[in-house]
Write a protein that binds this ligand. Structure first.
Ligand code: OOG
Ligand code: MG
Length: 264
């Protein structure tokens, strides 16, 4: 087999393995150290998403990962990463999330934006708001396909940054409410994670700036009406059946509101 054939096989095989893991909710082994580099990891990610699209899933946006120190420390990875979101990942707000379709899910408090114009050029922080339709409190359900949720930077990128589910609360245009707002995630009424929106790159709008740069660098454009998940503000918490999970962002008049779901 020629060299190019071998290279493409490596990407295709890893993508198939990870997509199978995600599709069937089964763990996969971490790849041997150095099996692929970061550029190849993003190729594997895109090839695995192609399998989802073939099954009829629709792209709905992008997510950023490791935009906060809390997340970097929890997972031992210290570079910003990004992945793609499909409609199959959307879980209904205030409804019951069936954990059977996940492997070992965790939840983290986030902020979600929806765009109103195509993003295909790098944006500054000042420009970013012009490209956004609204913002909402959100939670991401991450579910690494790797055994014991253990991975390297390359592994997690190939695995579409552990993307698995997301729950989005009520939309508003309260972009001002995002400056150093308190973030509280509760399980069955008890605080399990507390933090601030400032933990997300200093301000969640910076995630939009980073997203625009990453998209531009990858020669991709993000259509109007797409979601951008800004990244976890705190460490993630393991999910189990019988939980009511709620996330509050801000308080009083400047509150962005809250978002919740139950597990079964
Ligand atoms: C990787 C995904 C990171 C975030 O918000 O930082 C992420 C993981 O922790 O498994 O989604
Ligand atoms: Mg996340």
């Amino acid at each position: 087999m020629n060299k190019i054939g071998t290279y493409h096989d490596k990407i295709a095989q890893a993508a198939k393995l990870l997509d199978d893991g995600a599709h069937k909710a089964t763990e996969v082994e971490q790849f041997p150290a150095g099996h692929f580099n970061l550029t190849e990891a993003y190729e594997i990610q895109r090839a695995s998403i192609a399998h989802r699209i073939e099954r009829g899933e629709k792209m709905v946006g992008i997510k950023l990962g490791f935009t906060s120190r809390a997340k970097m420390i929890q997972m031992g990875v210290d570079s910003l990463i990004w992945g793609l979101l499909t409609d199959q990942m959307l879980e209904e707000e205030s409804a019951v999330v069936n954990l059977k379709r996940y492997i070992h899910p965790r939840v983290e408090p986030e902020v979600c934006f929806v765009t109103k114009k195509t993003i295909d050029d790098p944006l500054t922080a000042l420009e970013a708001v012009d490209y956004l339709e609204a913002v909402a409190p959100a939670m991401e359900i991450i579910d690494s396909r790797y055994r014991n949720f253990k991975f390297t930077l390359e592994d997690v990128v190939a695995d579409n940054c552990s993307s698995a589910g997301l729950v989005v609360g009520a939309w508003s245009r309260k972009f001002d409410a995002l400056t150093n707002a308190g973030v509280r995630m509760q399980v069955n009424g008890r605080n399990v994670q507390v933090g601030s929106t400032a933990a997300i790159l200093g301000h969640p709008l910076r995630s939009v700036v980073q997203a625009s740069r990453l998209l531009h660098g990858a020669n991709m454009s993000l259509p109007a009406g797409s979601l951008i998940m800004a990244g976890g503000a705190t460490a993630a918490e393991a999910l189990a059946p019988g939980m009511s999970v709620e996330c509050h962002i801000g308080s009083g008049d400047t509150s962005l509101g809250s978002v919740m779901f139950h597990t079964a």
